[in-house]
Write a protein that binds this ligand. Structure first.
Ligand code: ATP
Ligand code: MG
Length: 333
């Protein structure tokens, strides 16, 4: 097997992947654009599921996957390849243990990087957060996406400086909106060569399904968490709105601690810690205090609606708790 193949991922379905109506709809639309030969670009706020969706789609394409994460420091050669090959040899004499001979030599050897590999073998490229790389580093993509031709730097081991892109090559891009820190404005010419799909926060059912799938909490418990997080998001009181990651963090912590949502100080504090951390960039005290106050109100409101349970010392008890919560939910609805 070629050495460069080490950076290639197998296209396998993701565990815990949730496919609700919303996800299926976005995925199917993206797959039809890809089938028609166009690269797809998922753009959206943090936590809107761009990377997960890109990986899911790549697994549906069933070709090996090459992943690149955008980086401010990238140059074109980080994407395409370059000349590497500094060799360092150590010779140890087995008979006279004090003898240690070192040899160093320079062997210039072209090493293809991920983008070249994907183009050459017709793999699926996921270029995650591509606008974090500087636009000039991404210029190489213009001819790849349009002319299906890759313009390689000279000195590539005597090979043709133009590489014809394999027809199976597919590209999926993701990016955060331009107002995010560390994000460059994408070139118009590049954006024009891809189909951009804007993703927003998940709808209620998807957010709930993801929270349950990731934490294995019951529906009634996950609902409480999702309602609190969505309530905070809709309050408009945060520097950054909380995402599904907040739901997952709270749900997973509850699960490992074997506790169920309750009006106890512990649950409120956990929600406050997680959500204040998720929604503030610089940790400003006033912002955090405001968020914590809103979260406190939301926890009280959410749990006031239901009969709640306190700390569960064991997983067995938790099952009973779940039953009770479901019963309460059933009576309410
Ligand atoms: N369809 C899904 N099924 C299961 N989990 C999902 C799904 N979509 C997203 N998630 C989970 O939601 C969280 C956020 O998703 P993801 O990382 O894909 O968002 P993103 O838009 O790429 O965020 P960022 O801009 O911060 O990179 C992750 O923990 C991910 O595992
Ligand atoms: Mg991402």
């Amino acid at each position: 097997m070629i050495e460069e193949m080490t950076t290639v991922l197998e296209p396998s379905p993701l565990s815990d992947f949730v496919e609700t109506k919303y996800i299926k709809d976005v995925a199917n639309r993206a797959l039809s654009y890809i089938k028609a030969g166009f690269p797809v670009h998922f753009r959206g706020v943090s936590g809107s599921g761009k990377t997960t969706l890109a990986m899911h789609i790549a697994s549906k394409i069933k070709r090996p996957v090459v992943m690149i994460h955008g980086d401010e420091e990238f140059t074109t050669s980080d994407l395409v390849g370059g000349e590497h090959g500094y060799r360092f040899r150590k010779v140890v004499d087995r008979f006279i243990s004090r003898v240690l001979k070192t040899e160093e030599d320079m062997v210039k050897r072209w090493v293809d990087n991920r983008l070249t590999i994907a183009c050459k073998y017709g793999f699926t490229l996921i270029y995650d957060e591509f606008t974090r790389s500087r636009p000039e580093a991404n210029n190489i993509l213009l001819s790849i996406l349009q002319e299906k031709m890759m313009d390689l730097p000279v000195g590539r081991g005597g090979e043709d400086p133009y590489l014809k892109v394999d027809p199976d090559f597919t590209a999926i891009f993701t990016s955060n909106p331009e107002e995010y820190a560390g994000v460059h404005r994408s070139q118009d010419a590049l954006r024009d060569r891809m189909i951009t799909m804007d993703l927003d926060y998940f709808d209620y059912d998807t957010e709930l399904a993801i929270t349950m799938a990731k934490s294995k909490l019951s529906k009634s418990q996950a609902e409480i968490i999702v309602n609190i997080v969505r309530g905070l998001r809709e309050s408009g009181k945060c520097e950054f709105a909380p995402t599904v990651r907040g739901c997952i963090m709270i749900a997973k912590t509850l699960k490992v601690e074997h506790i169920t949502p309750s009006k106890s100080h512990g649950f409120t504090q956990m929600c406050q810690d997680i959500l204040a951390s998720e929604t503030s960039r610089v940790g400003s005290k006033t912002n955090q205090a405001r968020v914590k106050e809103v979260v406190k109100g939301l926890v009280a409101k959410e749990l006031g609606k239901r009969k709640t349970l306190d700390v569960e010392p064991s997983a067995k008890k938790e099952t009973e708790a779940e039953k009770e919560l479901s019963v309460v939910g059933a009576v309410e609805s």
